[in-house]
Design a protein around this ligand. Sequence first.
Ligand SMILES: *[C@@H]1O[C@H](CO)[C@@H](O)[C@H](O)[C@H]1NC(C)=O
Ligand SMILES: *[C@@H]1O[C@H](CO)[C@@H](O)[C@H](O)[C@H]1NC(C)=O
Length: 243
Amino acid sequence: MLFPFFAAALLFSTWGALAAPTQPHSQLSRRSGIALPPGYSHIIFQDDFSLLPPGSQPSPSKWIIATGTSYPNGPANWGTNEIQTYTKALSNINITSSGTLLITPLRVSGSGSGSGNVLDSSSSTSSSSSSAAAAAAAAPDNGKDNWTSARIETVADHIACPPGGKLLMSASLKFGSAPSPSQMGIWPSFWALGSEFRRSGKFDQWPAAGEIDIAESTNGSPDVWRLCTAGPPPAGRATSFLG
Ligand SMILES: *[C@@H]1O[C@H](CO)[C@@H](O)[C@H](O)[C@H]1NC(C)=O
Ligand SMILES: *[C@@H]1O[C@H](CO)[C@@H](O)[C@H](O)[C@H]1NC(C)=O
């Protein structure tokens, strides 16, 4: 039987994925000063970006910066009808002088040349990702403006929970603090997708590949959503929590 939730690539993670048992990777945990919580024996993956120079970008050895509007052969607009284009531009994704990851959605005027004037920059989110899925709500969609943002996912996949063990995925995200009307379309989130989603090239296999949404917030709402999905619709949406 396949447990896709436990073979996951993390998306938009700032650091996370601690698991038990087996050998400790103490050198890794010392490097960034992240302590193992009680009950966990080693770190599978972590990154807090604190060691990177300001103005740089997440290490390609750890992170894939997704670009465009879909996975290869995947559903358009990342399957969520989001209107943004993901880029690797420093203006969309860079490391701050505080050693955090800054992802900034930007609305650019014009017809999508990418060289128009920036009209609006959201309240930036630190150590998180953002989306402009409902950006049309922020301003009437004139059919010309173009939203860009950034999306990263771990290079590591098959981050798995050992049989009988436990897996902790954790991230620290700063959500926007601007009033909700100024955050329409902003969708910071942290989640894991089943590795099969990436490996098989079957990007249309959602939600069968499995997905754990650990934190999602839209439109500046104080609500944080957590969801698990697996299997074909309509059973795909297994559980959801509003926290
Ligand atoms: C990082 O992104 C922010 C927001 O777009 C921008 O103001 C800043 O200039 C960027 N840093 C670099 C080095 O490009
Ligand atoms: C939006 O801008 C990006 C980055 O310049 C570009 O790749 C994309 O094609 C543009 N999208 C549209 C719909 O014009």
